[in-house]
Design a protein around this ligand. Sequence first.
Ligand SMILES: Cc1cc2nc3c(=O)[nH]c(=O)nc-3n(C[C@H](O)[C@H](O)[C@H](O)COP(=O)(O)OP(=O)(O)OC[C@H]3O[C@@H](n4cnc5c(N)ncnc54)[C@H](O)[C@@H]3O)c2cc1C
Length: 1011
Amino acid sequence: MEKIFNKKYIDQKLLVNDYFVGLINDFSNNNKKKIESLSQQIVDNAVSYKGGSSFSKLIHEFSLTSNEGVVLMCLAEALLRIPDSATINDLIEDKIPVGDWNKYIKNDKDIFVNISSIAFLLTGKIVEEKSEENKNILVKMVKNLSGPLLRNAIKQAINILAKQFVFESDIKKAIKYSDEKKYNKYTFSFDMLGEAAVTYEDSERYYNQYEEAILETGKSLYPEKKSISIKLSSLHPRYERNKLKLLTKELFPKVYKLTELARENKVDICFDAEESDRLNLSLFIFKDIIESKLIDKNYHGFGFAVQAYQKRTYFLLDWLQDYLKNINKKINIRLVKGAYWDTEIKIAQENGLEDYPVFTKKFATDISYLSCAHKLLENKNIFSQFATHNAHSIAYIKTLFENTEFEFQKLHGMGDEIYSLLEKDSDFKCRVYAPVGGYKDLLPYLVRRLLENGANTSFIHQLKSKDLKKDKLIQSPLLKLDKLEDNNIPKPIEIYGDRKNSKGFDLSEENIIQKLKFEKILSNINAFSIINGEDVKCHKKTDIISPNNSKVLGVKYFADIKIVDKGIDYLKDFSSTWKNFPTKDKSKIILKFADLIEENSKEIIEICAQESGKSIKNSIAEIREAVDFCRYYSKEANIIFKDQILKGPTGENNKYKMLGKGLTLVISPWNFPVAIFIGQTIAALITGNVVLTKPAEQSSYAAYYIIKLLLKAGLPKNAIALLLGEGELIANKVINDKKLKNVLFTGSLETAKIIQSNLQKKESITNFIAETGGLNCMIVDSSALPEHVVKDVINSGFDSAGQRCSACRILCVEENIYEKIKNILIGAMKTQHVGDPSELSTDIGPVIDKQAYNKIKKHINSFKKIHQFKIKNDLGYFISPTLIEIEKLNDLKEEIFGPVVHIVKYKASKLEELVDDINELGFGLTLGIHSRIDKTIDKIVSKAEVGNIYINRNMIGAVVGVQPFGGFAKSGTGPKAGGPEYLKRLCYEQSISNNTAAMGGNASLLSEVED
Ligand SMILES: Cc1cc2nc3c(=O)[nH]c(=O)nc-3n(C[C@H](O)[C@H](O)[C@H](O)COP(=O)(O)OP(=O)(O)OC[C@H]3O[C@@H](n4cnc5c(N)ncnc54)[C@H](O)[C@@H]3O)c2cc1C
């Protein structure tokens, strides 16, 4: 299987040219006419097809790129699930005026397009008073409709849209309906609607639905004409590669039982293909099932879907060929192109992956589909199922499989016009993928279908397009090979253009998982201060204790006053040299340092996990942030350190430039022992300041390791001094030094204020940048998607054991969905694994030390309505994720730095007061908003006094140069870390005006002027 795994990021050009073209070229050329002619007939027939679904007509009417298409998507996604009328009204009012619905009202007879258009138009009219008087008689008739009627009209329209995709609301009805005469040419695969489970309760519910579906299908009139489609992600709330051990215990048996049931009832089952990072995991499961006794010559109804847009699929099919032959078993394979393309691209960019797991050219996906079909044809142990609505793909496959058994598959509510021609063939075999379930579960599916069908590259969309170009539509994808080069989607590492994105780790891949196995615990490590490039030994020794298990990892040596003095002296002597060191040379060192961090990332992850209790995922995020800081600040420094010539009167030269200030003290926290430590230190260095850097006592070894790397990258040894030890002692000494110019601090508000008052006592004014904490809130209104909110709260509140200054501390939920959100959140908390951070499967590690542990415990115990689960580990400082119900915001007085989220209810009518109350807390760091209503979002944004606002996403993990980070008021002074103003604050500005006429007059003026 390695052959599959290591092809995830294979170059698409190489794959297409070296593997695909040779495989399909001859067949394609030899059958060109036949394929073209059949494609042409399919398209001609589709264009003149009369009985098209209402959905097709809708697609024809509304392009996704138009305002109306987007509005339709937003409404479809949110409208049906909002519980209260006030919010439904707000949503409609918010979205409808965006569209020019009037132009969609037509005189043709299609009731659907008209109903929806009219409904939108009407509402648009009523909520948008200023719009032009409508001439249409229908509009006049209903212009005076009341609010509830309008709501119903819109709901009705969306319901009609939804109905296009839901086959039936339950399995019994679906079976009955599928047996109706009008479907006698088709077979069915029932998709029990339901998306990824968030809680164990969800997964139980979905499991029971699948069980019922198999049993009912088995009992039905023609079971051989029906099958069941299953989504693995709906059977377990943590269907992730890093949870393999847990899934082996909890998910594998479920899949086994369902397959057993399917076998007993002679029902075919097919597992859907999901995101590419689930592929390995799904293969482990499928392999187990195929090799079990369930699959034999009496039952080969087991199958799964594979996606041609994934580069690995060809290799997967190649592997299946030998594998199935060797074990002599038969299965079904459904070949699809893939439904998550946009998500795959986003994930790869966010995670800094080496390339995309999917093709970035649509025609490459099409060629891959054909190549995979050839692979399937070669495999005698597979029954092939081709799920596509693309006329060329269909014609090609029909020609290729002329003498071989296979079937086509289509989605319910789509592609009727495409298959209507083939229906006439005597050997026609097509299975309809038929979603079964309530509208509530339909929404994510519906959005995927709308996206897929509305996309410009989609075959169905182009077929329905008003400027349909038939020739282009049925063209062989091989004709576009010369376009493989011009790629308009940059590789994930290149998305920033002027600097490299930091490299991530693909934690779903086997080789990375192997690489990140930490078998032994760090031992006998020593952390020293570093002055003049050398380790400084001293008497003050303290054990380095791991918060994971209280084990002693080694020793750290804390500096005394004399050592601090020595450090300051070396720095001061070198200050002027460093200030005048060319920026491009400084930059070279910092970029080299960034590369060294990436090269040594495994060691750094190990240190973070063992010294600071950070999970592997969080440690990787630290490293990436640190690398981004280096590259971003380096790029910015090259901009701001360019001398500028300013315009002025003739005869003088006016120059404006930046200069490093001098001695700088950097004090960084334990919660980001790598990212913040490096970010602050590098910012000060690259601006020409000599830096005395003091990390938190708890993360001394990480700092020692990092400064060694920085020196290795070529930093002159006296540009930096690392001083380990007690903050008070070191900071007081440095602050008293006359030459001190900057203090960069990240930590508690309390300490920031002490530093500030000490600085105030000084004769000169020292620049002080402080980043402190926050009582961060997330506001969730009733238009929000509860499952999405819960995922974001789990991330924002509990990740890093809640030890982030940006973490969500208070979740403010609109009263109508309060209970629902609370219950799903409690369910999702049960899925979090608290434990050893060196294990990939761990979600939440320990808090940093005993003191922190005791403080958080005391806080939790002071409340009554607590939701928490027992955890087993007693050796480290572990705290189970905790939800505390509070009555009002100011039940919470201070920031609690742990995995604790407080939840409070608010009334929609009191939203503005809520934002006032949040402001009143006096912090201003981060704020999360979950709402589908732009006006609500705008209202909150315009009132909120916070530095970072996150909308419909989690509220942590600010990316350098993308979301500059830092808050207002009690949360810090600014400027924002990773933002365009940060470096400037660390510099002096200098203006030099030179009277060039003083020596020898204004010769240049005289020579420039002509008569
Ligand atoms: C019966 C059935 C079952 C299905 N089951 C699954 C499933 O289990 N898992 C799943 O993911 N999908 C599934 N799908 C959805 C399926 O992936 C889409 O319907 C399919 O991609 C549409 O393909 P097409 O040939 O009809 O359309 P076409 O319009 O010819 O192709 C669309 C494909 O091109 C891709 N594409 C678009 N732009 C680009 C680009 N720039 N670069 C590369 N590729 C691009 C799209 O992502 C999509 O995959 C199923 C579909 C059917 C009919």
